[in-house]
Design a protein around this ligand. Structure first.
Ligand code: TGC
Ligand code: FAD
Length: 391
């Protein structure tokens, strides 16, 4: 049964090419048939459906923009549309694809050696390897420059010591992109590849999450982890290189949040039309119409923002501050839209039988990770004023 309609008040989909619309339709129908029927179960059970990874690889969802090493070579706008359609299903599903593309394959492709690219990119593109990205630490979240993880050169090896926290895919990853300060903590931040099974390296899942439950989130432990010197990403120099990966992921999140908001709006509208109270459909009450009108207006604004951002990125004109604005606005508004949808559903709104509560809880994470709403506000504030107010 087809569940998703087109929520496109300003005909933004007309701004896509036939090819991009074809990609949208394929991913949408896969999400509807393969993910949505089990979405509430995955969330309730707190599991990510690893059995779907080969199907996603088959669709070319890993290395989606990469022109070589088994990638699909699509543009940024098409990638955004994919993220939106995946997140109509669940933020955990989009997160998996974000991490694979933007936080693991991107840094290996951009900053990796020839050997690293040849070894890992085809494996990741085919879904035969999973990756994770370790930047955040227990005491370094919004301020990754204050990280404590270190990498010490020891002849032909590096020895890594530290902890990473809140790492998507951590325990299921074959390869971890880990950021650490060199020279015992006094040197610049560099990126390293750490393989699963390396002595001293382990991942422990974070349980009791109420958000992004259909996604694996782990802590990484690095106790004197010795890796070959060639596991350093040679092209990654300083925090800016890690932030370069975040630009890619934040861009996908800006689109993805719109997908979650669309799913919530659609549910709320259908519910308001069919539910009767005081002998009239909820949708006939002015207060309910006000909520629906506000939701659709915010979705439309968010669609316009990320459609334009996609084209700017395709033309090489997108600045990281443009991406911050779209991530900040779209995640924040999607969260408010999900809360409003949950409200329109009344008591049913707290049931996993309807998607809004699941999206609402997920969007709490989406609004926090990849830079909180506050941090993106400060990034934009710094861009406008030229004055740094992070500390
Ligand atoms: P700051 O001095 O601003 O910058 C340090 C260097 O980086 C450059 N830079 C950027 N480069 C590329 N892209 C960007 N977005 C950049 N922003 C800054 C900058 O020019 C500078 O270069 P250079 O050559 O002068 O050294 O650094 P700061 O320490 O003041 O921090 C700035 C701040 C706060 C904006 C940054 O630290 C930040 O963005 N914090 C938020 C942390 C964050 O977003 N973490 C995300 C972790 S990963 C994650 O959440 C994955 S979720 C996965 C999933 O989808 O499941
Ligand atoms: P803090 O930095 O401690 O912030 C707490 C509060 O203080 C926030 O409201 C923040 O906005 C505010 N604040 C902080 N600094 C300022 C300031 N200067 N001015 C005003 N307000 C401020 N990280 C990874 O590296 N890899 C991953 O794969 C990954 N996946 C994640 C998955 C999940 C489910 C979650 C929840 C997080 C994930 N993260 C990941 C971590 C995420 O990026 C961080 O949680 C995020 O960057 C915020 O850091 P923090 O949680 O330490 O909050």
């Amino acid at each position: 049964m087809k569940q998703f309609g087109d929520i496109d008040y300003y005909l933004c989909e007309d701004l896509l090419s036939d090819h991009e619309r074809g990609i949208r339709d394929n991913v949408r129908s896969w999400v509807e048939s393969r993910y949505l029927p089990r979405a509430a179960d995955y969330f309730e059970q707190g599991t990510f459906p690893l059995d779907l990874v080969p199907e996603m690889a088959q669709m070319g969802l890993f290395g989606f923009k990469m022109k070589d090493y088994g990638g699909r070579g699509e543009n940024n706008t098409a990638f955004g549309v994919v993220c939106r359609e995946l997140e109509r299903g669940d933020s955990g599903l989009r997160s998996f694809v974000s991490v694979m593309n933007s936080l693991v394959m991107f840094p290996i492709h951009e900053y990796g050696s020839q050997e690293q690219k040849e070894r890992w990119l085809p494996l990741l593109a085919s879904g035969n390897a999973i990756g994770c990205f370790g930047l955040t630490e227990p005491d370094a979240g919004s301020d990754p420059q204050s990280m404590r993880t270190t990498a010490e050169r020891d002849g032909e090896r590096f020895i890594l010591r530290g902890r990473k926290m809140w790492i998507t895919n951590g325990s299921i990853a074959d390869i971890a992109v880990v950021w650490a300060k060199t020279d015992g903590g006094g040197g610049p931040i560099r990126g390293f590849l750490i393989e699963k099974g390396t002595p001293g390296f382990s991942a422990h899942d974070i349980s009791r999450k109420f958000s992004l439950r259909a996604s694996v989130t782990s802590a990484l432990v690095l106790d004197d982890v010795a890796i070959p010197a060639e596991n350093l990403l040679p092209g990654a120099h300083g925090l800016g290189s890690a932030l370069g990966c975040l630009n890619e992921a934040r861009y996908g999140i800006a689109w993805g949040a719109v997908g979650a908001a669309m799913a919530c709006f659609e549910t709320a509208l259908n519910y308001a039309r069919s539910r009767t109270q005081f002998n009239a459909p909820l949708a006939s009450f002015q207060l309910v119409q006000q909520k629906l009108a506000w939701m659709l207006t915010e979705i439309t604004k968010a669609q316009l923002l990320c459609t334009r951002l996609g084209r700017l990125k395709d033309e090489g004109k997108a600045r990281h501050t443009h991406i911050s604005m779209a991530k900040m606005n779209n995640a924040g508004q999607a969260l408010k839209i999900a809360r409003t949808a949950r409200d329109i559903l009344g008591a049913n709104g707290i049931s996993l039988g309807y998607p809004p509560i699941r999206h609402m809880l997920n969007l709490e994470t989406v609004n926090t990770y990849e830079g909180t709403e506050d941090i993106h506000t400060l990034i934009i504030g710094r861009d406008i004023t030229g004055m740094d107010s992070f500390s």
